[in-house]
Ligand binder design. Structure first.
Ligand SMILES: Nc1ncnc2c1ncn2[C@@H]1O[C@H](COP(=O)(O)OP(=O)(O)O)[C@@H](O)[C@H]1O
Ligand SMILES: [Mg+2]
Length: 173
């Protein structure tokens, strides 16, 4: 089975007012293709920190993270951003939708911005609409972000997270 994510001896230390907070201490695990992995722990135990470091949003203090066999440590900011856009999906509790775009335009934004883009914007839009239909929210495609229910918006976030057919989906919160 293919290993999508491999984490070896990951450490993350925050320093606040000269005090060290060793939030992640030698965390190691891997996630294989088709596998679902849950991370549990009390508030403040480091779940969000783990997500930010393994997706390259924040720098790790020590250790190695391999995504698709590629070591994140050697990657530049732009490369990490491209990796998140094209090969990772995110479903945040806070949702982070663009308020000036419709629900559909939010959903297809990652595909429109992808450098791997092979389809026309029209074809991407069609795919976005099909995804929305599958998730039961076809009727809100043209709505503003503030014109939908919380549950509908959650489902829109799911659509957005899979529009680029990512190798891994992070769902947090
Ligand atoms: N940007 C930051 N700077 C300094 N300390 C932080 C930062 N983010 C989180 N922490 C600290 O790291 C610890 C883990 O936080 P976090 O990963 O958000 O926990 P969880 O998501 O499990 O609730 C907490 O003690 C928190 O105060
Ligand atoms: Mg958290």
């Amino acid at each position: 089975m293919n290993t999508v994510l491999e984490i070896r001896d990951l450490c993350k230390t925050y320093i606040v007012n000269k005090r060290q907070n060793n939030v992640l201490r030698n965390v190691s695990f891997s996630v294989n293709d088709g596998e679902m992995t849950g991370v549990m722990g009390p508030s403040g135990s480091g779940k969000s920190t783990l997500l930010y470091t393994v997706s390259g949003m924040d720098k790790m203090t020590a250790g190695d993270v391999f995504f698709n066999g590629k070591n994140l440590s050697g990657m530049h900011e732009n490369e990490l951003a491209k990796m998140r856009l094209e090969d990772m999906g995110f479903i945040f509790q806070q949702m982070y939708m663009m308020k000036n775009l419709s629900v559909l335009d939010n959903i297809i934004l990652p595909a429109v911005k992808s450098s791997k883009k092979k389809e026309s914007n029209k074809a991407i839009e069609q795919r976005g609409r099909e995804l929305m239909k599958r998730l039961g929210i076809a009727e809100i495609a043209e709505n503003d972000i503030n014109e939908v229910s919380g549950g509908q918006l959650q489902r829109a976030c799911i659509c957005r997270s899979i529009i680029n057919d990512p190798k891994i989906i992070f769902r947090c919160g």
